[in-house]
Design a protein. Structure first.
Length: 205
């Protein structure tokens, strides 16, 4: 077991947090942008660091987690930053994807948090870092429920939350939805992110 420290993110962590969050988006991001450093540049100033915690090992960020609630989200998407980085067409589509996934208002009761952007560097996975990050979020004063939204098919993430004590379904703290959205917004008839990524893939052909 590697010794790690869980602490709130501070301004000096912004660059590393952005890089870790982008790596956590996984291969789905490749359909949008090949140079991930561009995406890091775009979201860096859009992160609400007050909503993030990090896992620190010897001064290095090896994991991050964020919380969102009815008052706000951990990532505040600005269209102009995406358009500037990726152009008017691709940038606008990218902004739509990120707004839908990460910036829509959540219809949640006070005291209910949603876990987001849980990412652990590959070299530090299966060392207890993810569980420690989740437990740190669960200890926030005033919290009455902690939820997570695990995409359908992401069995590794589901196993991680289950190990941390989450139960499938929107029940008492903690709970996890698997392939369902945890907020009260009805899901679209199709996967909007997947649909827009197909649009992006067609840009420039």
């Amino acid at each position: 077991m590697i010794d790690h420290t869980i602490r709130p993110a501070v301004e000096d962590d912004r660059w590393e947090v952005a890089a870790t969050v982008v790596r956590g988006f996984g291969p789905e991001l490749d359909g949008l942008v090949k140079d991930r450093s561009l995406m890091e540049d775009v979201i860096r100033d859009q992160l609400d660091l007050d909503r993030f915690a990090i896992a620190d090992v010897d001064g290095q960020v090896v994991g991050v987690v964020a919380r969102s609630d009815a008052r706000g989200r951990a990532l505040n998407v600005r269209d102009r930053d995406f358009v500037k980085a990726f152009g008017p067409v691709r940038g606008s589509i990218a902004a739509q994807i990120f707004k839908f996934e990460f910036s829509r208002p959540l219809a949640l009761d006070d005291g209910v948090d949603v876990v987001e952007h849980l990412t652990v560097e590959e070299s530090h996975r299966h060392t207890g870092v993810a569980t420690a990050l989740i437990e740190w979020m669960a200890g926030r004063p005033g919290l009455t429920a902690l939820r997570a939204d695990v995409p359908k098919g992401n069995e590794a993430a589901l196993a991680c939350f289950t190990k941390a004590g989450f139960q499938d379904g929107a029940g008492p703290m903690p709970s996890v939805s698997h392939g369902r959205r945890q907020d009260s917004v009805k899901p679209p008839k199709h996967d909007m992110a997947e649909h827009l990524l197909r649009q992006v893939a067609g840009v420039g052909r």
